[in-house]
Structures are given as structure tokens and as C-alpha cells.
Design a protein around this ligand. Sequence first.
Ligand code: NAD
Length: 452
Amino acid sequence: MGGDEKMARTSAMSGFHTLSPSERLRIVSEFAQLDDEEAKLLAKAGGLDMDTANRMIENVIGETQLPMGIATNFLINGKDYLVPMCIEEPSVVAAASKAAKLAREAGGFRASATDPIMIGQIQIVDVADCAKAAEAVMQLKDELMHMLDNIDPILAKYGGGPRDLRARVLKTDGGCMLIAELLVDVRDAMGANAINTMLETIAPRIVEITGGRSLLRIISNLATERMARAEAVWKKNVLGEDAIRIIGRLSGEEPARPSAALSREAFGEQAINDVLRAFWFADHDQHRATTHNKGTMNGIDAVTIATGNDWRAVESGAHSYAAISGRYRSLTKYWKDRDGNLHGSIELPLAVATIGGATRTHPIAKIAQKILGVKSSQELAQVIASVGLAQNFAALYAMATTGLQAGHMKLHASNLAVMAGAKGEQIDKVVQQMIAEKNISAARAKEILEGM
Ligand code: NAD
């Protein structure tokens, strides 16, 4: 692997998982043209020095670490991406890579993102007539917008800035209040600080106009004007062939389906029908939908964290958007086309940045962005949406084929083997024997190890 230029630029890397961390790092460094210092920083546990950490938050005494894995195979809008993911949960990186590999056979992901427009809110209370106050704000909209003309020259230089202002009446248990909303194109920033400064600038004038009192002035994390979308196709034959492989690999275990003799087509059809059933379950049942969306967020959060972005902002926006119809639903959708292939799509607000916050101050986040090779916040949002879709598909597909349990069993067995004291090659041997014997327990792991 690596070698000539063409090989180095594809993210389809078979056997990547069999390499050592340092071999993987060499390949990623070549792919993303990391310099020696960057590669060294990644290899050394914890790239964040205490001085930087101490500047990031308060009362610093240390730092924690997460592993960074690379999801391979991502082809998004025709461009190859190696995706850095920071997460403590096993199987996530492997599952994303696999879903991307299967989607690649139909051209990968097609993704898009709207302009990066965030909404800032000003709450005006103690207003005598809320409807009249809202009207008064709208009448002075031009004046209020002009107040923001030179507020963020850097943002303006990159083509961003305030875009619109609206006002509405909110009826609450505590009486009516006026909510003014400022829409700002924040370009490559997340926008929280940039928008908050703008809200502070116009709030006093709104108070004058309305005769009320301004209380909260803050960005909304439900970024409905900053949406990312991604779509992919998983072909029936590709899934069928893969399902047969999985069942073969797990031979020694009961096949998940009694229909092991089915053709590739039939296997694919069954997998697709079951993925659809799993999706409908989630889309109509809130208890299932919460877990279904958690699976999607496994991917979304892992890239959000790797790139130094505010994952709480992304999380709250995603779940809020999932309930925007009044019912908490799946963030992804699935359907079958006339040829029986599976289509998946995702749509959610994604306020992620390539500048501001920790995206540039955290040295590892900076390197993660370089590995991704994203040029804008919109491109980053497209990648993250694609990873979310891949992650969700991988979970549904795993459950629909061999059952998540079988995959997890192997992992569980390997954890037990390590706990029993197995090292290196011993781990695989203990795992294989426990699976073949269908006796996966701490006691058996110990016995097998002792007998070696
Ligand atoms: P920031 O304060 O660093 O501001 C970004 C600034 O960078 C812009 O105002 C602009 O002047 C400049 N800039 C330079 N190049 C740019 C480009 N290409 N595109 C856009 N701007 C460019 O960052 P921010 O995004 O305003 O704030 C993000 C931080 O705020 C995060 O750390 C987040 O956790 C935090 N925060 C979040 C919330 C919330 O989510 N509710 C609330 C408060 C603070």
C-alpha cells in the first residue's frame, strides 16, 4: 500500500486494519502530506501540552485522551477522504469503514450543505403589547442591520455577515415575550461568539424601540438554516455477497438466517427488507429511535470531536431536529428503488467549523482537519453527514444480517481473553477456541490460556 501517487490518494485501503498503528500512520501521513512534526505529535500519546490546555478551559489539572482511528473507503462527491474519528467505543470506526466500502460500489456518498447560516436570539420581556413591539422591530429592520455593517470585518472578508432579522411573539406560561432572531452567515466558524457579539450590539436599540427589557441574547443550537445532507446507495448484490461472507466467516455459529442456501440476490433482498423494517421501527417508536439516532451520532460525534468542534452543540441540534415534526424520528431515511437497491439519506443541522473554538488551538484537531483535507465548514459538514449515514446503515445492516450480537460476541470474547491475561497471538487463539466451543466466559478463557 502507499507507493505510487494514485494508490496514495485513494481512501479504499484493503487490509488497513491488519497493519500496525505506525504503519497506518505512515500511510495516512503520505495521503495527507503530514510533516514529520505532525506525524510525531499523533504518534505521541496526547498532543495537547499543559500550557495550551490551561488556556482552553479553567482550573486545569491534566487532560484525558481518546484513541483516534481512521475510517477508510469514504468517497464523497467523487473525492476520497480518510476520516479521523475520536471515540472510546469499539467497532465504530470499523463499521463506518465497512459501510463506506459497500456504498463505494455505487459511487459513494453524494452530500450537500446549505450556506452556514446560524440563528441568534434576543429575548425581550416586560413588553406592554408584544404584537406591536414585533411590528416596530420589523419596521426598523434596516437600521438595526446597518448597525452591524462593520462589526466583523474578518467575517465579511470571507463573504459572511448578518443576513436577516425577524421578530415574533412567543406566548408562554409567564406571559408574552418578543423574540428577535438574527440570521448570520458565519462562513467557516461555528458562530457562537461571532453572533453573540452582534446580538449585544443591537439589543439596546431593540429595547429602546419596544420599551421592554432584554434578557437572553444567545445563539440557537437548532441550526435549521445550516443543514447538511448526504445520500448513498447500497446495491442488492453487493449486500448479498457481503452477507454470505459474514455468515461464512462465522461458521461454527448458527447462521443468523435458516436460509443459508439462498442466492446472493435473495440474501441481499432479505438484508435490505430487514434494514427497512429496522428503519420503520425507529421512525415510529421513540425508544428505538433514540438508540437508532445514537448509532448515527457515534459517527457524527467521533469526527466532530476529532476536528475540535463543539459536539454538545451538534448533539443538541441533531436531537432537537429529530423531533422537529412534533414527533421524535429517525435522522436517516431508507427506501428501496425499482431495482431493489437500498437508498439511504440523512439530513440534520450541523454547526461545525474549520476555524474558531478549539479547531485551531488544539494541535491534534488541526492535524485531523489536514488529514480530512476539508477546505470549508460546508465541506466538513458534508463529510460528517456522510459518516453519520454510514454509521447508521452499518448498525442496521449488522442487526439485519447476523445480528449485532454475533459481532459483539467476538469482541466480548477478545475482552475476556485479555482480562484472563492473554497477550499478542494468544488473544486470537483463545477467542477462536471459545467461539468454536460456543463457550464464551471468563473461566473458559483462563482455562484455555493455562492449557497453552
Ligand atoms: P470565534 O469566536 O473564534 O470566532 C470566529 C471568528 O473568526 C469570526 O468572528 C471571524 O472574525 C473570524 N474568521 C476568520 N476566518 C474566518 C472564516 N473563514 N470564516 C468565519 N470566520 C472567520 O468562534 P465562534 O465560531 O464564534 O465560536 C465558537 C465557540 O463558541 C466554540 O468554542 C463554542 O463551544 C463556543 N460557544 C458555544 C455556544 C453554544 O453552542 N450555545 C455558546 C457560547 C460559546
